[in-house]
Design a protein. Structure first.
Length: 181
């Protein structure tokens, strides 16, 4: 079987969920951390669509649904995954996804637990929204990279299963796992 074409542009959505950043009280650092990670890891052609929303479930839901509707194959959220009252990103993700992939959250928490004991407070999850893989990430830039390192090897194959564009990774950084057929 021939390898799928890598000339298709992959559209990736980044949703920063933060009351303070959305008001302009401070600079968003989670979204840029995700974009930098993707620049370091992806070799295939891709482009990003960014959203910055407050910690309001309806706005988080709308951002995810809109990004899936414009053709994002991967939607990465940052922020809103803790236990605070206004942290609603996992609830928004679950509300708009037809299938949940709890293994992503389990693996990210396990990886973060090697760094900080408060990782057990995180509620990251992942799911499928209208053909897009949605992954919730923490808001701290350092934690974004740690969590993506833990799960990104599985992301390209998940996108394959969803019939999205073929994502190639830099093997010196992350080796994408694809089972032999």
């Amino acid at each position: 079987m021939a390898e799928p074409s890598t000339t298709t542009l992959a559209l990736v959505g980044i949703v920063t969920v933060s009351d303070r950043a959305s008001r302009g009280d401070y600079e968003d650092r989670g979204g840029p951390a995700i974009q930098q990670y993707l620049e370091d890891v992806l070799c295939s052609k891709w482009s990003v669509v960014e959203e910055l929303v407050p910690d309001e479930q309806e706005q988080v839901e709308r951002a995810i649904v809109e990004l899936a509707a414009v053709g994002c194959c991967l939607i990465l959220t940052t922020g809103g995954t803790g236990p605070a009252l206004r942290d609603v990103t996992p609830e928004a993700t679950e509300a708009v996804c037809s299938k949940m992939l709890p293994g992503f959250g389990e693996v990210m928490r396990a990886a973060s637990l090697q760094v900080v004991p408060t990782a057990i407070l995180s509620r990251q999850t992942a799911g499928i929204c209208n053909g897009a893989l949605v992954v919730n990430l923490p808001g701290q830039p350092k934690a974004v990279g740690e969590c993506l390192d833990a799960v990104f090897a599985a992301v390209p194959f998940c996108i394959d299963l969803l019939e999205g564009p073929y994502l190639e990774t830099d093997p010196d950084r992350i080796v994408a796992f694809r089972p032999r057929r």
